[in-house]
Design a protein around this ligand. Structure first.
Ligand SMILES: [Zn+2]
Length: 84
């Protein structure tokens, strides 16, 4: 049964509204790995929404962590150059 709460969670196109679940047979293995895709139902609109998979979320978190670590290293180098 669909409730109002369920409908509010569905992605929507900013211009056309309704989006449809992309059929699995119209996705590459990479797209399937990334998560669940929705496409705008307007035939000329290319708007798509991705609900990321746990695997993709994990990879993005790892990349953000690595970027933050690099940022920290840069900060240390700058303070060192100030003191010398
Ligand atoms: Zn659209």
């Amino acid at each position: 049964m669909t409730t109002t709460t369920d409908l509010e969670l569905l992605p929507a196109c900013g211009r056309h509204g309704t989006m449809a679940l992309r059929p699995l047979d119209r996705q590459t293995p990479e797209q399937r790995w990334c998560g669940v895709w929705y496409d705008c139902t307007d035939p000329w609109c290319r708007t798509a929404t991705l609900l990321p998979s746990p695997e993709l979320r994990r990879q993005l978190a790892e990349q953000a962590e690595a970027a933050a670590a690099r940022e920290g290293a840069i900060r240390i180098d700058m303070s060192r150059s100030v003191t010398t």
